[in-house]
Ligand binder design. Structure first.
Ligand SMILES: [Zn+2]
Length: 417
């Protein structure tokens, strides 16, 4: 038997009538398993492949959990296999559908009007970005289109629009179901574009850097997760009959390798694509990253796990300048902790435990020479996992933006800009 969960689902008054995604997860559980050794991690990865499980969180370091979603038919056999390894599986989320249902009423705020306190739909987000063009510091651009024809928009924020300073680029939503990543990038955009608190740090940063933000780089997947399948992760291109989508963050053309943390199988959540940069969304992001030679830093924002991690993802070998990346990451994590007390782990992507080739952060650094390239995994550590409630939106925005400002401020000092 596995340990019964301590999770108590918080019921939020369900007074909204709201169309839920069609696909249901009744009786699906999310299990947390604490591996004791690197060998355990590999065994768990093999088990996840055997059962075709949806891995929610791979441990990046020892003493961190492996979180995985299992359906009701699989759970007994899977738990038996886990226990045969001498490990315990704690049933953390008991009924995923209940968690979705009890969290989703807040989604009714998606409405047609944009709000930084809500999970907005893609059309509202693009309208909001367009509306920022009236701000003299903001220009609105397209990175290109998606498989389904949506426009991937980004904005540039600069106090001298014609200038080309060193630049920092932040994007979100490369994984469809990670809505908190999208809302957090939008929060940062709002602060940077409007500076509602007259924060002098923002003016200082704009004196040194240009900023680029793309809140939704996988809009087809994002919309699909809003309307059809809350747990959708990939893009939406049909790959083979019955299985759509490529994991864009395994598809980048720098040491691309499905056997290294990805998958050849189009039905898997981490399908790497048939070849490097096979996906139009990947190519759009790659073109953006390598097309802006002044990029000094890149934050690829995800949920969840509370990490600020740097390359390489494809190999445990550290980049030669890892001390610089580590120092700046720790500066950000300290500022995050001082905001709402959340601890973010800073480190290199694959060190010790986990490899994933074909990630955007590796590509930015390895192929385009963006020195300070990071994957940022936001809240939480598993309580809600990908099903973040709207009550997370503002505090996650605040702490991430505090980390971002501290990071950029320290970058000025550290790089003598
Ligand atoms: Zn992700």
């Amino acid at each position: 038997m596995w340990t019964k969960s301590v999770l108590i689902l918080v019921f939020i008054g369900s007074c909204f009538s709201y169309p839920s995604p069609t696909k249901r997860y009744d009786g699906h559980s999310v299990l947390q398993i604490l591996p004791k050794t690197i060998g355990d991690v590999h065994e768990l990865m093999s088990l996840a492949q055997k059962y075709h499980l949806d891995i929610w969180k791979s441990p990046r370091f020892l003493n961190e959990t492996f979180d995985v979603r299992v359906n009701p038919e699989q759970i007994a056999n899977f738990v038996h296999d886990v226990e045969s390894l001498g490990l315990k599986a704690k049933q953390w989320i008991i009924d995923l559908q209940k968690l979705i249902d009890n969290t989703e009423p807040t989604r009714s705020r998606r409405a047609t009007s944009f709000s930084t306190g809500a999970f907005n739909d893609h059309a509202s987000i693009n309208s909001y970005l367009d509306s920022l063009a009236s701000n003299s510091r903001v220009t609105v651009h397209s990175m290109g289109h998606t498989y389904e024809g949506r426009t991937i928009k980004y904005i540039k924020i600069s106090n001298n629009v014609g200038s080309s300073k060193k630049a920092i680029y932040v994007d979100g939503g490369i994984h469809a179901r990670e809505w908190l990543a999208v809302s957090t990038v939008l929060y940062m955009i709002d602060q940077m574009a409007h500076n509602p608190t007259h924060d002098r740090t923002i003016e200082t940063l704009l004196g040194t850097f240009d900023f680029y933000f793309a809140p939704v780089v996988n809009p087809d997947g994002y919309e699909y997760s809003r309307t059809q399948d809350r747990m959708w992760r990939k893009n939406r291109r049909p790959v083979i009959h019955g299985c759509n989508g490529v994991d864009l963050n395994r598809n980048f053309a720098y040491h691309w390798n499905p056997d290294n943390g990805g998958s050849h199988n189009p039905c898997e959540e981490v399908h790497s694509g048939t070849h490097a940069s096979s996906e139009i969304e990947t190519r759009n992001i790659q073109n953006f990253l390598c097309g802006h030679g002044n990029l000094l830093a890149y934050l690829n924002v995800h949920t969840y796990g509370q990490y600020w991690i740097y390359p390489w993802g494809y190999t445990p070998v550290l980049p030669a300048d890892y001390r610089d990346l580590d120092h700046l990451g720790r500066t950000a994590a300290t500022a995050i902790r001082h905001t709402h007390g959340k601890s973010f782990t800073v480190g290199e992507d694959t060190r010790v435990l986990y490899a994933a080739a074909g990630g955007a952060d590796d590509y930015a650094k390895g192929a385009c020479g963006v020195k300070y390239s990071y994957t940022v995994e936001l809240r939480d550590t598993g309580l809600h996992g990908f099903v973040a409630p709207t009550s997370y939106i503002i505090p996650a925005g605040e702490e991430t933006f505090a980390g971002f400002k501290a990071f950029a401020t320290e970058l000025i000092r550290y790089e003598h800009l």
